[in-house]
Design a protein around this ligand. Structure first.
Ligand code: NAD
Ligand code: SIN
Length: 471
């Protein structure tokens, strides 16, 4: 029998946090359809003011919201607080992006004609969210979508529904009409039903490549609907020509293990000059040994918490084992320090001589290491993936960075910075299996409205100058 409710449990403790009946897809879409036109007809100043009020509501409830996110995802409280800061910051960033990228402008046109460029909302947009940033990432679609005059139907991940519900409550408390911001509780089945619903005008998705590709297929026969896909990565970090191996180790640890590796931009692969391999791995291992892994509210504060659930932890430990079957040599095994709970320790494995290096995203703290003989080999290895989200070079040599930047295939290419921690003030997206060329964050404005170009004159003063017989 199909489940009739979604139950959210705290990864760190297993305690039930929240439960709610599965929602009604048709009902949520109908409510949004009935409301969006009125919202779209309001002046932009009204929508900006309403969303600024929303930022204030979130500010007032920041402690409660951060506590909820920390409990529901297992991420440390300090990290959940920074997620709330990102949610608040998104409003002003989206206001600027809206006017810069999708506002109104006069365009020069020949013969004293006036060409006006304006943008219109699509209508009702579905938003499907992942569990790793249950507020910040859907918020990154929802705020620009509402600002542009759309209504949204938001289905949070079935693993983090409470955080999604809280976000929608904040929007309503700020005065966003209830019909314009709908919450749909459910899992993949409801996601599929929402994505296939005739009443939506588009879908803004953040999640795995597996789901994104299925959605892309489903939308192939619907060119009239906008589809924005933000998917995963198999991201490389390359360490080359640097004497500062401690800093390199810090960057690798931050890239691979922040949020227990549950970031789309997390480094999955470390590619290192074979001469630096032994001392670098030594530095990384020392740092890993010092990382505090604990429940979100622990004191002292942990570096990372558990992964999202026991199934995920099991999958990660099995995946690590499979890498060893393929010829990988374990550097640090993945352990489960607390029985029955999904805490896992950061793991490393040398895949240089493996028979096969599976190009899959292992969404957790597993770092695969490859030794390279030349920098060209390192770049080729970095590009040895269907994904293309983020890539970092750690090096003190600017010429190497120029070469890396020119040749590595990714939407985010960093230098002496982690692969993760992307800024909301810049576009965010990748190539290959990481997205469908509709980057989010600052460029989210682009997929939330479509351009309308109008050639305009106040009077119809026209004539046919050529090819007309005397009349
Ligand atoms: P997921 O793909 O399993 O689920 C994402 C959402 O889609 C959920 O709401 C889920 O219920 C829904 N869904 C699942 N199957 C569906 C289907 N067949 N049809 C319609 N909806 C469906 O992803 P996840 O495990 O929640 O999140 C982790 C993934 O998200 C990782 O791959 C990570 O890299 C990716 N991610 C990407 C970004 C980005 O911006 N590029 C950011 C964060 C996370
Ligand atoms: C993510 O969206 O999963 C991570 C964003 C980042 O840290 O770059």
């Amino acid at each position: 029998m199909a489940a009739s409710e979604i139950v959210s449990t705290e990864p760190a403790t297993g305690a039930v946090l929240w439960r709610q009946e599965i929602g009604d897809v048709d009902g949520e879409v109908a409510a949004a359809r009935a409301s969006w036109a009125d919202w779209a007809s309001r002046p932009i100043a009204f929508r900006i003011e309403t969303l600024r009020r929303y930022a204030n509501v979130v500010r007032q409830k920041a402690d409660t919201f951060a506590d909820l996110i920390a409990r529901e995802t297992g991420k440390p409280l300090w990290e959940a607080r920074s997620e709330i800061d990102a949610v608040i910051g998104k409003v002003d960033i989206s206001v600027t992006a809206y006017s810069e990228r999708t506002g109104q402008r006069r365009v020069d046109a020949p013969m004293n004609t006036r060409l006006a460029l304006r943008h219109k909302p699509h209508g009702v947009l579905a938003v499907l969210g992942p569990y790793n940033f249950p507020a910040h990432l859907p918020n990154g679609h929802i705020v620009p979508a509402l600002l542009a005059g759309n209504a949204v139907v938001f289905k949070p991940s079935e693993k983090t529904p409470a955080s999604g519900a809280f976000l929608i409550e904040c929007l309503h408390a700020a005065g966003v009409p209830a019909g314009c911001a709908r919450l749909l509780i459910g899992g993949p089945d409801e996601g599929k039903a929402l994505a296939g619903h005739d009443g939506i005008d588009g879908l803004l998705f953040t999640g795995s490549a597996r789901t994104g590709i299925a959605l892309n297929r489903a939308f192939a026969a619907k060119p009239e609907k906008i589809l924005a896909l933000e998917m995963g990565g198999n991201n490389p970090i390359v360490v080359w020509d640097t004497p500062d191996l401690y800093s390199a180790a810090v960057l690798v640890v931050q890239s691979a293990f922040t949020t227990a590796g549950q970031r789309c931009t997390a480094a999955r692969r470390l590619i290192v000059d074979q001469e630096l391999y032994a001392p670098l791995i030594g530095e990384i291992s020392k740092l890993i040994g010092r990382l505090i892994i604990g429940e979100p509210h622990a004191d002292p504060a942990p570096f990372m918490g558990p992964v999202i659930d026991n199934d995920t932890a099991d999958l990660l430990t099995e995946s690590f084992l499979e890498l060893t079957f393929l010829g990988g040599k374990p550097i640090r095994h993945m352990e489960r320090p607390i029985e029955g709970r999904p805490f896992v320790t950061p793991a490393m494995i040398d895949m240089t001589d493996a028979r096969e290096k599976p190009d899959v995203e292992l969404f957790g703290p597993i770092l695969q290491v490859v030794r390279a003989a030349t920098f060209e080999d390192a770049i080729a290895e970095a590009n040895n993936t269907r994904y293309g989200l983020s890539a970092s070079l750690v090096s003190q040599n600017p010429k190497l960075y120029d070469q890396f930047w020119a040749n590595v295939r990714a939407g985010i290419v960093n230098w002496n910075r982690p692969t993760n921690g992307a800024s909301s003030t810049a576009p965010f997206g990748g190539i290959g299996w990481s997205g469908n060329h509709r980057p989010s964050a600052y460029y989210a404005a682009d997929y939330c409205a479509y351009p309308v170009v109008s050639s305009e004159a106040e009077q119809a003063r026209v004539s046919i100058g050529i090819g007309l017989r005397d009349g």
